[in-house]
Write a protein that binds this ligand. Sequence first.
Ligand SMILES: CC(=O)N[C@H]1[C@@H](OP(=O)(O)OP(=O)(O)OC[C@H]2O[C@@H](n3ccc(=O)[nH]c3=O)[C@H](O)[C@@H]2O)O[C@H](CO)[C@@H](O)[C@@H]1O
Length: 368
Amino acid sequence: MRIVFSGGGTGGHIYPALAIAKQCKSEYPDTEILYIGGKRGLETTLVPKENIRFESIDITGFRRSLSPENMKTVVRFLRGVRTSKRLLRAFKPDVVVGTGGYVCGPVVYAAAKLGIPCLIHEQNAIPGLTNRFLSKYVDTVALSFEAETNPFPAAKHVIYTGNPRATTVYHADKTKGFATLGFHPGTPIVLVVGGSRGAKAINQAMIDMAPFLKQLDPIQFVYVTGESYYEPTRTAIQEKTGTLPRNLQVLPYVHNMPEVLASTSLIVNRAGASFLAEITSLGIPSILIPSPNVTNNHQEKNARTLEKAGAAEVILESQLTGSKLFDTIAEVMKDSSRQITMSTASRRLGKPDSADILVEEIMRIIHT
Ligand SMILES: CC(=O)N[C@H]1[C@@H](OP(=O)(O)OP(=O)(O)OC[C@H]2O[C@@H](n3ccc(=O)[nH]c3=O)[C@H](O)[C@@H]2O)O[C@H](CO)[C@@H](O)[C@@H]1O
């Protein structure tokens, strides 16, 4: 089977594509893959790391307000369609899969116009602009959340699959997670991470609570700042604490996140959809701080779903302080029966067979 994947900008759009790619390879070992991404997103580093052939197109997103920049985006889109058609004609895929972010707009549109079967995967409960546009042209729209009303009324076929990253993390080896962090298996770990690019507000709360972390030893804190925040955040913590607390590891990014998640007891996170699919697949209790800077405030909606089920505590960014975060972590970590209840509720929302369902659907659209 020959597949083209496209999706990018942030990890939440790239990892689902890589998860489907992994499942295709395991079920159909002779699968050939080409990934078409943007020139600047995280995909430029994450995809080649997986030894997947990568090509890029130059594209930007539309502004929601009237802006002269949108004219340039139209020109880039049309140019992107032309480049995509050239790449697709040369690669001759059986199917094209888009996982969101504006880069997959021209790629999937070009594929549909060439008559190649296409599927798009939507990670969020509130669909993104690109997927809404593409839904009219593709064979299948795959949803991460079960919806009471169809969020893609113009689509030919809509199915609920969950997010395929749930499958990747479900099969991850937790002993490798403990080992890469340098801990004995069973060590209680609190993982703090602000989405795939880090989050300034969570970083500030961590800087403020760092001096108190040693009170919770032997609990180990693994704190992922995001690449661009790493140096200033680490320096700020050091200035505040003298030396880094013994039970705190500060990292810029984690490349084996499935294994690290598998070894985690509690996670503090934004409420990005891919992360939530991973957390619920493994049944990890969570403290969620939704980003207020996203379309239609969709992260708060994501977070409230987990909160309502009893799987998460939600702290709004406007109420976030170092001491509030510290107290909430301490409350959960000191109460093992609460952790079990949250974990059970979290796992109930998980869909670990998501990638299998997606590959089945991909095969269906290739053969119909
Ligand atoms: C600010 C913004 O627009 N965020 C959106 C973006 O979030 P973002 O890209 O942050 O996506 P998520 O939080 O959903 O997922 C992050 C992904 O990156 C991985 N990871 C992250 C950090 C790390 O060090 N290592 C690592 O591997 C996680 O395991 C996960 O697979 O896409 C999501 C779609 O999925 C949306 O719901 C979010 O609202």
